[in-house]
Write a protein that binds this ligand. Structure first.
Ligand code: FAD
Length: 350
């Protein structure tokens, strides 16, 4: 296998939700394609999230194209239900997924793009990159980071609150992950929540569905050539899932401004120091794009310029599922279907 070369119309890199949605439309269009995924099982990032994580909307609002997620009877579905759904979805549509296959790089060949992996080379007329963000945790650097003698971890390493029982824990970050970690950890430990800007909470009586609705309205406006209306709610806004709601009732959801440095024993704002045993960085993710480096597409700000999902400087390449810059709501299970459909329609293979 090591030296093998396979020709296809399309290589999809990544077998998470974005890769599966692309696979659905590629299958329907009758293209010869393969999905290369470096994980041993289905699910993309979902098997790696903390086990208690639940979606922020009911199952019917987490549908991939063609076949909705089976209902979850007890509130919002847990991450394991998402993994089961994706596993069944791959089988149902008989998607050609090769795993584990790790893509090392994408290069320009003459008529094709060469996708180099640990299991041979695939030559493709088009490449859809759908590698997500989970492998690129963002960890901001603050003064004193090396002096701090306690434990530091990122959301990607978090498993369960009981690991921090009795500790003093500082949680950094203003999004849904941070709010959910504050809610969980504060039930067994003393927590301090810090954010760089005041957190934005959605109203109590709405859930993640309102975010999907805003994303749909933005996508419709953009498709109609109208200006992007933005929206009152964004995917970063905090959904008042029951655990977060309950944490607010306990009074633990008071966010302090960001500290300005770490100390040996904790964190500090000017002269004011606070002891901490643990610092949890729930500071988000960046797109995992290292495999595209050989194409030299990165702009000065670290992004890749796209029109829709198509890379402006390499029109044989599409970027799918990374966030609003590759389509409104495209980093969600429901939202990526719409973007995947448009991307496959624009492959221009005939
Ligand atoms: P991923 O799921 O990360 O899949 C990418 C795949 O590509 C992975 O299998 C990865 O291992 C593989 N890969 C990466 N690099 C390579 C390479 N070089 N070669 C081969 N394979 C590679 N969305 C919702 O819709 N509802 C929610 O309630 C919700 N809650 C969330 C809560 C949290 C805490 C987080 C972090 C996200 C949440 N999301 C939610 C957002 C979204 O569903 C995820 O970010 C999603 O995992 C993105 O899917 P993806 O397919 O783009 O990437």
């Amino acid at each position: 296998e090591q030296g093998s070369v396979t020709d296809v119309d399309v290589v999809v890199i990544g077998g998470g939700q974005a890769g599966l949605a692309a696979g659905y439309y590629l299958r329907r269009a009758g293209h010869r394609f393969v999905i290369l995924d470096d994980q041993p099982i289905a699910g993309g990032a979902w098997p790696h999230t903390w086990p208690s994580l639940r979606l922020f909307s009911p199952a019917e609002f987490a549908a991939l194209p063609g076949w909705p997620m089976p209902p979850w009877p007890d509130g919002f579905p847990p991450a394991s239900h998402v993994v089961d759904y994706f596993t069944a979805y791959e089988e149902r549509y008989d998607l050609p997924i090769e795993r584990p296959v790790r893509v090392a790089g994408v290069d320009r060949g003459g008529q094709h793009l060469a996708v180099t992996t640990n299991r041979g080379i695939w030559r493709a007329r088009r490449v859809i990159s759908a590698t997500g963000t989970w492998q690129q945790p963002f960890w901001p650097l603050y003064p004193g980071a090396r002096e701090f003698t306690g434990r530091q971890l990122h959301t990607v390493d978090y498993r369960r609150a009981s690991d921090f029982a009795g500790a003093r824990v500082v949680i950094v970050g203003g999004g849904n992950s941070a709010a959910q970690l504050v809610a969980e950890i504060s039930s067994v430990a003393a927590t301090t929540w810090v954010t760089t800007r005041p957190p934005r909470f959605l109203a109590d009586d709405v859930d993640g569905r309102v975010l999907f609705q805003v994303a749909s309205e933005r996508a419709a406006a953009i498709a109609a050539g109208k200006p992007d209306p933005g929206g009152p709610a964004s995917l970063g806004d905090i959904v008042m899932v029951p655990e977060v709601h309950e944490a607010r009732d306990r009074g633990v959801l008071q966010a302090l401004p960001m500290f300005d440095r770490l100390t040996r024993d904790g964190v500090a704002w000017g002269d004011l120091e606070q002891h901490a045993d643990v610092i949890v960085w729930a500071t988000g993710f960046r797109p995992a794009l290292a495999h595209l480096r050989p194409l030299r597409l990165r702009e000065h700000d670290g992004t890749i310029a796209v029109s829709g999902t198509k890379a402006l400087k390499e029109p044989r390449l599409h970027l799918l599922g990374y966030g609003d810059w590759t389509g409104p709501g495209s980093a969600t299970i429901l939202g990526v279907g719409r973007t995947a459909k448009a991307a496959v329609a624009e492959l221009d293979l005939d």
